[in-house]
Design a protein around this ligand. Sequence first.
Ligand code: ZN
Length: 235
Amino acid sequence: MEPVLINSPSLANCNLLELGDNVDELVRAGVRFLHIDLMDGHYVPNLCFPIRVLSDIKEKYPDIITDVHLMAIPPEDYVQRLADAGADYLSFHIDSTRFTIRTFNAIKNAGMKGGVVINPSQGTDSLLPFIDLVDMVTVMAVEPGFAGQRFMERTVPRILDVARMRKQKGLDFLINVDGAINYPNVIPCVHNGANVFVTGIYTVFKQPDGITSACRRFEDELRKGEALGFDPDAY
Ligand code: ZN
């Protein structure tokens, strides 16, 4: 597959009183993906965003790709409403439903790209039964539910496992890395096959020079990683 490297800022890291201004600045900074965490207080012990945030974003920025990370039980209950609200990618946790393939098919039938998410405690081989169906695999670098955690270094070899699976099976899904991405980990993740980077408070938000300049700096880092050897043929 073509090397694809995408900055996908997570809106959960915005100052919520400045959400509209932050989204506007991200779009003007050239961001094409927005990562939207939806939490129901059951799958994870936290709450985040109503579905309507999606339709409001899509109404104002129809060209933005919404990368929805659903942390809710059961995910299948939300598929059609998320499609109607304008989700482009919909990713759910493999242990949030007893019916992973059915949920995945419902996402595809509703016209969205489908993704699955694995937590740090789940083996990458748990993806095998449906890896040929997915448009995106998200490898969590923290346990889901809260911003401000530390990136688990063990995530990097897990990304490589998934990238090898992709290569061996001749597939072209995107590998998304979500959780506490910071500068020391960007290039190793690129080298090991990650495509989409969910960015937060260590890279894009709460930076002293503001969102626009932080996005530019992050893009430069992605390009540096690409130049240093993003080579899917290497594994
Ligand atoms: Zn997320």
